[in-house]
Design a protein around this ligand. Structure first.
Ligand code: ADP
Ligand code: MG
Length: 438
């Protein structure tokens, strides 16, 4: 991890927050009530994190060094630094507008416009840094600058930016997610502190796929995929729509025929094993598009996930799922179809967990979800990972997936084109341009 990766991660979180505020603004415009605690949480996060920590850190180190090394830097940095200075006043004005609107002294439409002005400015600022500042830093800074920059940004004891401070920002962020209106937030459980990573590089190989091919009629959707997952690892398989991600997972779980290649699981060749036998071995999939059984209750959906399991453990396992996702417990007797999109995704993951997976396959868990829900779903995955679960995570949302993955594979039209650690892929220019939209 280097300073710029850290900055980019911050940008990505902020971008999601801005998008969420935009959505809430549209709802307010359409007549939804103004949830002041939600806005207070958002503003607290921006004030403490962005205005008091992220921006000063950039000014003091990144921008200062860039001004020394590049004559063209000033033109870009002058504007950005004015924006840094003006940030707190703009935020204070926005807080006042939210308070006024909550008391009926400002029309919802006007507040929505003010909110959007603010997020538009925030997004433009992030885009400028991603498009101009970070590339300039990569080309202009010297070896000694990097040492200084990384030391400053990665200093765990820094009261403003260190591990402890960042943990607090993370909690603030979870608070935003938990206070967000139903349509963009959900009652997921905060993950708390993460355990240190075990040394996964040395762990045994759980899954080894070699030269996997699969066809639809005469069209070859997978053209010889090789991939490996070690015990306790989270591996991301990212790629655009139509790349073959779902086909890969379906071939792995045995519901889609494999025309060439081999699959070894815990050392055993399972290439010819039926899909239910693979599930008994612990390969459990949460399918794409959160396919839950709408008319069935939440409890019954979870029971279905446990059909390969001994009966006497089912109720106990279900309680564990309910602890993880309290919202599912609250609604346990209701038809799954009544759940929101994010809640259905939680149910789909919960159902896969009921099969006591030794390899959990997740097919685009963030698809179609509002930004803050995406954050909550990834928090759940992070929590499973911290408990030592082996996870193969398939995603179009490459940034979020690679950010939590130990390693990743990039899939393009049925072929793996790149592989590396999650951080290597996030920093890779090709990946950034193609998938991260930055
Ligand atoms: N049932 C199907 N019949 C024919 N072609 C399919 C079918 N499902 C997927 N494909 C094709 O296979 C390719 C990979 O699809 P898919 O695995 O769904 O990609 P991803 O999950 O990465 O979006 C695409 O070109 C898609 O059009
Ligand atoms: Mg798919």
């Amino acid at each position: 991890m280097d300073a710029l990766t850290l900055i980019s991660q911050d940008h990505s979180n902020l971008w999601r927050l801005a998008t969420t505020v935009d959505q809430v603004a549209s709802e307010i415009e359409a007549g939804a009530p103004i949830e002041q605690p939600f806005f207070n949480a958002v503003f607290d996060y921006i004030e403490q994190f962005v205005d008091r920590s992220h921006h000063p850190k950039e000014d003091d180190y990144l921008f200062r060094l860039l001004r020394l090394r590049s004559a063209e830097a000033a033109a870009v940095l002058d504007t950005l630094q004015v924006e840094h200075r003006e940030g707190p006043a703009k935020l204070a004005a926005l807080r006042a507008q939210v308070a006024a609107a909550a008391q009926g002294q400002l029309a919802g439409g006007e507040l929505a416009t003010a909110l959007r002005d603010y997020t538009t400015g925030l997004k433009a600022h992030i885009r400028a840094e991603e498009k101009s500042v970070l590339p300039l830093a990569r080309s202009a800074l010297l070896e000694t600058d990097w040492a200084e920059l990384n030391a400053a940004f990665l200093n765990n004891n820094d009261p403003l930016f260190g591990d402890k401070a960042r943990e607090e920002f993370r909690q603030l962020y979870h608070r935003v997610a938990s206070l967000a209106p139903e349509s963009v937030g959900l009652g997921g459980h905060s993950v708390g502190t993460l355990q240190p990573l075990p040394d996964r590089a040395k762990a045994e190989v759980q899954l080894r796929v070699e030269g996997m091919e699969s066809c639809y009629g005469r069209i070859k959707a997978l053209k010889g995929i090789s991939l490996e997952v070690r015990r306790g690892e989270t591996v991301a398989l990212v790629g655009a729509n139509g790349a073959g991600k779902t086909t890969f997972l379906r071939t792995l779980s045995g519901v889609q025929p494999m025309s060439a290649g081999s699959i070894h699981f815990k050392g055993e060749d399972i290439s010819k094993l039926r899909s239910d036998k693979r599930m008994r071995l612990g390969i459990c999939q949460s399918p794409e598009g959160r396919q839950v059984f709408g008319p069935l209750s939440i409890e019954d959906n979870l029971r279905l996930g446990a059909y390969t399991q001994p009966r006497d453990q089912v109720e106990g396992d279900m309680e564990k799922i309910f602890t993880m996702f309290p919202i599912l417990k609250e609604k346990r007797a209701l038809p799954a179809g009544t759940l929101s999109g994010g809640q259905q995704q939680m149910l789909a993951i919960g159902r896969a967990l009921m099969g006591r997976p030794s390899l959990l396959l997740l097919d685009e868990p963030s698809m179609g979800l509002a930004p803050l829900l995406v954050e909550e779903v990834f928090n759940v995955i992070r929590m499973l990972k911290s408990k030592g679960m082996t996870i193969l995570l398939v995603e179009q949302n490459a940034f979020a997936a690679l950010a939590i993955a130990d390693r990743g594979y990039v899939l393009e039209t049925g072929t793996v084109t790149l592989t590396g650690t999650g951080q290597e892929l996030i920093s890779n220019e090709q990946v950034r341009a193609a998938y991260l939209g930055m």
